[in-house]
Design a protein around this ligand. Sequence first.
Ligand SMILES: CC(C)(COP(=O)(O)OP(=O)(O)OC[C@H]1O[C@@H](n2cnc3c(N)ncnc32)[C@H](O)[C@@H]1OP(=O)(O)O)[C@@H](O)C(=O)NCCC(=O)NCCS
Length: 444
Amino acid sequence: MSKRTRGIPDSFVDWFRGSSPYIHAHRGRTFVIAFGGEAVADENFYLLIHDIALLHGLGIRLVLVHGARPQIEQRLNARGVEMQYINGVRVTDEAALTCVKEAAGAVRVEIEALLSMGLANSPMAGARIRVASGNFVTARPIGVRDGIDYGHTGLVRRIDAAAIEQRLDAGAIALVPPLGYSPTGEVFNLSAADVAASVAIALGADKLISLVESKGVTDARNRVIQSMLPKEVDTLLGGRRRLPEDLVQHLKGALHACRSGVKRSHLIDRRQDGALLKELFTRDGIGTLITAEPYEETRTARIDDVGGLLELLEPLEEKGVLVRRSRELLETEINQFTLMERDGMVIACAALYPYPQESMAELACVVVHPDYRGDDRGDRLLAHMERSAKALGIGQLFILTTQTAHWFRERGFVQGDLKDLPMRKRELYNYRRNSKVFIKTLAG
Ligand SMILES: CC(C)(COP(=O)(O)OP(=O)(O)OC[C@H]1O[C@@H](n2cnc3c(N)ncnc32)[C@H](O)[C@@H]1OP(=O)(O)O)[C@@H](O)C(=O)NCCC(=O)NCCS
């Protein structure tokens, strides 16, 4: 082992390489990140700030929207008063407003201080981050409802997107407190979730990311639900299940954002160290993604997929691109198939036939439905199949093709010979078809 690589595990290299597609994809994008005052009060808040600084360093345009609830409550308690809630909505009287202003100011200073760190040998060394806050949010009072005056509790009326864009264009991180100002010069106490969703919509942000104080949205077995459509969020919010208040607020924000053009809203567990990085730089993430786009997944085929697979394969079999497979054969070999499903429809597939003795596997039937080509699905499927093969201890993939040779060559396959194939495969070779053999040695 050379001196330079001593002590650096291979997993680091794999992890870093694995994150590169996301680094490219996120650069220049705008993300709005919302977190509560709980995150700021946490002794590990600096770790979240380090991760935010890293995102900034990777060229992501960031708007941070913070809450200040515990800080407000602390100040109210010190004065011997309590925040009043009516039907889940807080009432901000004069005394409470003073606490809101103080708390929001203190939180802002705290965040600015942490983002200004630059100690040598710390993750912030050389970061030199500029933070810009301001009167970006115009608010109006909730007003009097059912005879109850909600005082200085307000709603977002308008976001000065141009002013935020200007700060982002200048390379700063924009910091937006849960406060808004009215043209009459008053201050209003707002919900951070409402502010974050409104900012994301006004900016046309690529993502709204809400760091919540729980695991996120979970199913009946307490597993995090990876992806939800807006109508599923509607059902959840309208149902009888009791959810933490901050989760409800952020789900409502995500729903609003999603229906107003923000493509992706993520809800992730703030309490997990590195949650932001795990969500943004790994394929599956750790939280719940709310997106209006149909949900797509890559998975092993099951017996009830045979119909969908036949529909995908038959047109290509007729053209002679693929060897014909009967329904019976597909049924027997169904476990060999991996497919991409989009809203219940099979839109791509590939099959893997391992020859463990030779440490080889045949890759076959790599197909993307014609309506879904041109979006890198073939590449993603190939990468998936390579990972599956590696997990089985396979060192080389081979493919027999008549019309797609160049596609595979451009992806690291090199022309081979019949004699390079496992004996059992050679015996089955169809000389009339005269397919070419291509082989790829899998790295690592
Ligand atoms: C090969 C395939 C899976 C790729 O799907 P995809 O990821 O959605 O990508 P596209 O079809 O948009 O093609 C991606 C690139 O590969 C090229 N390509 C597509 N088919 C090709 C072929 N038969 N030979 C060489 N290059 C090909 C495209 O021109 C495109 O390159 P470009 O953008 O530089 O022009 C898909 O084209 C397909 O299903 N083809 C028919 C089935 C097939 O031949 N499978 C192999 C059988 S073993």
